[in-house]
Design a binder for this molecule. Sequence first.
Ligand code: GAL
Length: 673
Amino acid sequence: MNDRLLHGGDYNPDQWLDYPSILADDIRFMKDAKTNAFSVGIFAWAALEPTEGNFNFQWLDKIMDDIHGFGGKVLLATPSAARPAWLAQKYPEVLRTNNLRQKMLFGARHNHCFSSPVYREKVGIINRKLAERYKNHPALYMWHVSNEYNGECHCEYCRENFRKWLKDKYQTIDNLNHAYWSAFWSHTFNDFSQIDPPSPLGEFAVHNHNLDWKRFISYMTIDFYLNEVAPLKEITPDIPLLTNFMGELFTRGTYPSTGVIHSDFAREVDVVTWDAYPAWHNDYETTAFTASKLAYINDFYRSLKGKPFLILESTPSMVNWHPINRPKRPGMHLLSSLGCVAHGADGIMYFQWRKSRGSSEKFHGAVVDHDNSGSNRVYKDVKELGHVLESIKEIKDTSTPAKVALIYDVENFWALSDAQGFNNIDKQYHQTMHTHYRAFWTQNIPVDVITPDKDLTRYDLVVAPMLYMASKELITKLHSYVKNGGTLVATYMLGIVNENDLVYLGGLPSPLKEIFGINIGETDSLYPTQKNALIMSCGKEYEAFDHCAIFDVLPGTEVLATYGSDFYKGNPALTRNAFDKGQAYFIGPRTGEDFLVDFYSGLIKADLPINGDEEVSIQERRNEKNRYFFVMNYSEEEKEISLETAMEDIITRQEMTAGKHRIKPYGVFVLKH
Ligand code: GAL
């Protein structure tokens, strides 16, 4: 198993316990569809413990045995993401309280209080039972811990935990008052007991308080997870732990879920995984654009541990919760799945194995549809992917050779979104990150999307768009990166506040001033129809919009472009400063992708023996022996590519000669070099 790419998905047999022939069909189809791994029991608490203290594992024993019977593996779930009715009825404290201090009722899922001692205890009991029962089962492969942790609770336990967390962080109330700038509007606290979480009914305008609450939620979520996994670590120390993270991939930008600090959470799991649901075939962007959004989040999750990750959920056809839900067109399932493998996924799993018969997900795509047949289009697509994943299994554990890092910081996003000023409609941090990312993606230059805690020394180029909130630690890291020979790019909204959301006095913090060789004064935020221009010294002009930093240069800094209009016409708009062994570029205005493509192509080039087209993405994975190129046509037209040398397509095991080749719409090759 360890040499296979995972292929399978969420399997909910607990919905079908009264249908033994369906369960038998499942096992038959799993084998036939070339699937090998299943997340079992994710929402099965009511079937595992129908009444308090009465456990029933017999049905799960059979499923584990049956999956093992055909050589499959189980990512055994802990069931904490949805609770049985008896638990909520007897212990209402497990239910969340919202930010209006209203107690929620039983229902839905992903809505338990992370602090509740009873919930922690009950989760601990069931997890221990699962670990004890299955610790030696040959099908047990990984622990799928809970599901898509998210959300917050404002109950008395959580409020008290928040105060404790603040006390640990600030030690004294004076420190907190300074960090909250609480003299403003007479909000000075005398004691930690006076502090409550942000609420529309009370405090919501102290930015660092809002930030701390978000940081606390992240901390509490991870703390709950650690409580969940304690018995698993004790009883099955060699079984890897994972939980599934999320991503937003729709009309508004694209980004990893913003409810937790992923860099903190990733340290506590053995494998990073996420649930990917792009809206293919929409009417608002090209297929290649959608693909670049998926690629961006894949690169983020891969970079969290700097090693392969898993797509833990995806749909073989369509979802049921996009505004409009379209099935994948022929070819798209293979292409989109291999697109994830190209960016570092070592497995493609689905939500869900079998389409449920009732309730809210009965129309969500699945491998086995209501027709219970192995001959429909979706099933055949899955089976085809199963065959392909087997033929390309040598990809497993290969790495991604990125020399470019794009810094993404969720805390910066929180601070930026809360900042009142500039453009209050949408500061577009996520869209901006993605626009910079695309400038590399369209040129087939691999990128790591990294969190600020990562080491920068292995990168030739580091890009930090809209780094509004910059901690002293990160500033020091950037300084030494450039000093030691790195190339750094930053933009408007750079280094305005510190980690407590307090504005840096004296303008740009001096280490940044030193590396960029600039002094930033005002920022002009433009209405959507207003434009300025960035004019390169060669005369080439690009549109500038939304935000324009107005800044001076210090002696020695080169001005590469100036603004085209308004009172700062002729002022620097793009600069380069050589600092010690490295250099730092500052882009003053927001620009389109056209400028970024030209700009970055002057700094770094793709190193590929294949030439494609803007919509034919080429991504590399490699090991010591081989380079593997995924060549993917994300367009509805046939395209031409050219190979500098002959290579083998490891999907078909056919040799492709040097020279020109056609690639069909949604076509994909995996070439070994
Ligand atoms: C995920 C969730 C799954 C399923 C899926 C539908 O967010 O983890 O349980 O609901 O969405 O797309």
